[in-house]
Design a protein around this ligand. Structure first.
Ligand SMILES: [Zn+2]
Length: 250
């Protein structure tokens, strides 16, 4: 990685007024959160977890839900700490340059690092809350985990008795239109789009990149490997995210 390349990209960020950051799993792997399909991925090592992530199996099979609740007790997100990559993005907010932080991650590490909740647009939801499939009641995940620990293997909604799940978007489940709309709006209205740790191959969120480009933004892509949107990048910074981001945003 050329330091000149990082320096040139850093100048662009330094001059920016509205930066949108889009993050994927790659920013959290340095915090010990496994990605899903990599060699050490969650689903590679535990195919049952992939089944639990499919809304049809989850709703249709109490056994799948009981296994999912047991897995939730030890979700790495509960104990993971943000890394230097997350912290660098907080710095961007402190400088009042952060227009929006769109994330595909469900681990809550951006908020844990110190980004304001209202800046973080969680397009795939969060593991820190539960949501009732029937009545939409939303509560802190802690409350449900407490019930699981006390012996309720598949805790039902306290409001209506419906099926509870983490407030994440499962396979087969629709995205939340308002959330996606907000991600697109901030992308249409930024002068720098900084995409970090995402293969940019999951839609519609990957469209944030061409949308920003079409609106005249500079596009900076930081990732450990190539992405599906590399052709839109003005700067392509390939390497260790937790090293590149501090250099880029400091
Ligand atoms: Zn309910």
């Amino acid at each position: 990685m050329s330091t000149d390349l990082i320096a040139a990209a850093r100048d662009v960020v330094a001059r920016a007024r509205r930066v949108v950051v889009l993050t994927g799993a790659g920013i959290s792997t340095d915090s010990g959160i496994p990605d899903f399909r990599g060699p050490n991925g969650l689903w590679t090592k535990n195919p049952a977890a992939e089944k639990a992530a499919d809304i049809r199996f989850y709703l249709g099979d109490p056994e799948v839900r009981r296994a999912a609740w047991q897995n939730r007790l030890t979700t790495p997100a509960w104990t993971a700490a943000p890394n230097r990559g997350h912290e660098a993005i907080v710095e961007l907010e402190r400088r009042s340059q952060l227009h929006g932080l769109v994330t595909q991650n469900i681990d809550g590490l951006h908020q844990k690092a110190g980004n304001a909740s209202d800046k973080v647009i969680e397009v795939h939801g969060t593991v820190w809350f539960t949501r009732c499939w029937d009545c939409d009641d939303r509560r802190p995940m802690d409350q449900a985990l407490e019930r699981v620990r006390a012996g309720d293997a598949d805790p039902a909604c306290l409001e209506c008795g419906g099926i509870l799940k983490s407030d994440t978007i499962s396979f087969g489940q629709a995205l939340v239109p308002e959330v996606i709309e907000r991600a697109m709006q901030v992308s249409d209205d930024c002068d720098v789009m900084l995409a970090v740790g995402s293969t940019l191959s999951v839609f519609p969120v990957a469209n944030c990149v061409p949308r920003a480009k079409a609106a005249g933004a500079h596009v900076i892509i930081v990732n450990g490997a190539e992405t599906a949107m590399d052709r839109f990048a003005d700067w392509l910074l390939v390497g260790q995210i937790s090293e590149i981001l501090p250099a880029l945003l400091s």
